[in-house]
Design a protein around this ligand. Structure first.
Ligand code: FAD
Length: 545
């Protein structure tokens, strides 16, 4: 590998590192897995990315495959920002806003830009990028695009895919493409190109045309879905064609994104926040179904269950003391409205209060930022669970991010509680109930064989439950390596075969992030599990030059 490191160092402007320190750092992300890369490249410009890809393609043509993993901040919880070959690290240099049109709110960015920084810049212009993940302060926009990230505002605004107009991306052979929706007539031109891009358009168009019946089996009745590849939004009925919705959410397995053009929304800092307590899950589910049926969607519709409150109170007795009293409710809902029209916002709140009064035992409504912060302290108390580190173990990100149809929420909650009881795991659920998308991170000691076995039994049963309810294994986070073993179970072998053909079209030598999304078994995942899971990746490893 040192020959390759030398070659790349000579030909790239950015730094190349193969030190033990750098390789050790990039051997983990925010998942339970570990996998050290052979070397680390910090591209200084798109040409560096292009040259790296071209080089590995040429090696692959001669029979030697060296994988490339594009990396943002490595906050991925599915092992998708790990790889055995070249780690291409974006935040060090490719981290700028290239253009910001303050009139339209459109922004062009480099993939490695920190999400929180971009959000701050947008906010100074009265705009924001709504599908921000909870990890925005220490993650990149490129990572959010590759993961099709979503967050607390996605119940109203949707996921990242809704905001990506186009991307510039480096293909496996080093060729650069620019995506964006092309009309039927323009597609004709693309199909005629004598380049790798032309090959892609031809092969994908044929794949979609020849497999219409298989594609019809793909949709799930869920508000967002990251499992497998999004083959459904490429070609529209009018014959227009766009690779953007496919590359968004593809976790660096089809192409490497260098730049993106994003749309944004106007920001309203004057919101109304409501907190409602429920004594039982059925009432909470009914309230959520009715709230979702309203014409104006809340901009936040989140929950925590009573188990979260109990566990937080055990770990940090003072945190909730002044805000929420015993006995704790079975569920707490957090509902926000952000309509820019003040009258409409008040109307939305009144309508919501009417719905909640039917089902909730207590309702609090706040418009002042200070009181809102006190409410959000209850929602954010989940951080206490995520950062715990004691003899019982740590909260493991192994079954978070799945999604079910809203009307199956109660079955999903009851099913998850039953699974926990069967395995002797303490449940604690929270998250984006308005989308049917919940988080659950069981506390287990991954260093112990018994707990490891439990973790894998839980994953098997949990994803089987989600699939049986018509849900998706990956609603918010993505498949990565962790959920790759379940992608075929969700869609069946015909759709899975299409995913493999798509991968083959983009990446015939399997260079781009192999083992992510496809081709990983549960045995493969077991072999990668680390014994010291922690969230050590909230700082960046930067080149020392
Ligand atoms: C505490 C915590 C909370 C989280 N909350 C959320 C949440 O609310 N919503 C959510 O969606 N996710 C969440 N995540 C997961 C993760 O943080 C986000 O998905 C985030 O957007 C990933 O960004 P990153 O820069 O860390 O990407 P990375 O982890 O570096 O990479 C993620 C994936 O993107 C690929 N990638 C990165 N850059 C590129 C590129 N330039 N071109 C092609 N592929 C690329 C990687 O190969 C990998 O497959 C959370 C994680 C943690 C630890």
């Amino acid at each position: 590998m040192s020959k390759i490191a030398h070659y790349l160092q000579e030909h790239l402007v950015g730094e190349v590192m193969s030190s033990t320190d750098a390789r050790r750092y990039f051997a983990t992300d925010a998942s339970i897995m570990a996998l050290p890369p052979a070397l680390v490249v910090y591209p200084r410009n798109e040409n560096d990315v292009r040259k790296t890809a071209r080089f590995t393609w040429q090696l692959a043509e001669r029979g030697r495959v060296i994988p490339i993993t594009a990396r943002g901040a490595g906050s991925d919880q599915t092992g998708a920002s790990l790889g055995t070959g070249i780690m291409l690290v974006f935040p060090a240099h490719l981290n700028r806003v290239l253009e910001l049109d303050t009139k339209s709110g459109n922004v062009v960015i480099e993939a490695g830009i920190n999400y929180g920084k971009l959000q701050q810049t947008l906010q100074t212009h009265g705009r924001f990028l709504p599908p921000y993940p909870a990890s925005l302060e220490y993650s990149t926009v490129g990572g959010a695009i590759a993961n099709n990230a979503s967050g607390e505002k996605s119940v109203k605004y949707g996921d990242t895919r809704n905001y990506v107009q186009s991307v510039r991306a480096v293909l496996a052979n080093g060729e650069v493409i620019e995506t964006g929706r092309v009309s039927k007539r323009e597609l004709g031109k693309k199909l005629g190109l004598a380049t790798f891009e032309g090959e892609l358009y031809r092969a994908i168009d044929t794949l979609l045309e020849e497999n219409r019946e298989v594609l019809e089996t793909m949709p799930r009745n869920v508000t967002k879905n990251n499992a497998g590849y999004n083959l459904l939004d490429i070609k529209r009925r009018d014959g227009s064609f766009d690779l953007t919705p496919l590359l968004v959410g593809s976790q660096g397995t089809l192409a490497i994104i260098t730049e993106a053009t994003l749309t944004t929304e106007p920001l309203n800092p004057q919101t109304t926040l409501m907190m409602a307590f429920f004594d039982d899950l059925t009432s909470a589910e009914q309230a959520v179904v009715e709230l979702r049926a309203q014409h104006d969607q809340p901009s936040v519709l989140e929950m925590i269950d009573g188990n979260v409150l109990e566990q937080v109170a055990e770990l940090n007795p003072n945190l909730l003391k002044s805000i929420i009293q015993l006995p704790y409710p079975a569920m707490v809902l957090f509902i926000e409205f952000d309509n820019l029209n003040d009258r409409q916002q008040k109307k939305d709140v009144r309508k919501t209060a009417k719905i909640l009064e039917k089902y909730a035992t207590t309702l609090q409504t706040e418009t002042e930022p200070e009181q809102q912060m006190a409410i959000m302290k209850v929602r954010q108390a989940t951080a206490t669970l995520l950062t715990r580190s004691d003899q019982a173990g740590r909260a493991l990100p192994i079954v978070d991010g799945a999604i079910v149809p809203i009307e199956r929420l109660n079955e999903y909650l009851q099913g998850t509680y039953a699974l926990c009881e069967k395995l002797g795991i303490k449940p604690a659920l929270w998250g984006r109930i308005g989308e049917g998308n919940l988080q659950f991170q069981p506390v287990l000691n991954i260093a112990q064989v018994g707990d490891r076995q439990k973790a894998f039994r839980l994953m098997d049963d949990y994803y089987a439950l989600v699939i049986s309810l018509g849900g998706s294994i990956s609603g918010e986070r993505n498949d990565g390596r962790l959920r790759a073993p379940y992608v075929e179970r969700q869609y069946g072998s015909d759709v899975y075969a299409l995913f493999n053909r798509l991968k083959q079209i983009f990446d015939p030598y399997n260079i781009l992030n192999p083992g992510v999304k496809l081709g990983t078994t549960q045995e493969d995942v077991k072999a990668l599990v680390r014994s010291d899971f922690n969230l050590g990746h909230i700082y960046n490893h930067l080149p020392r030059s």
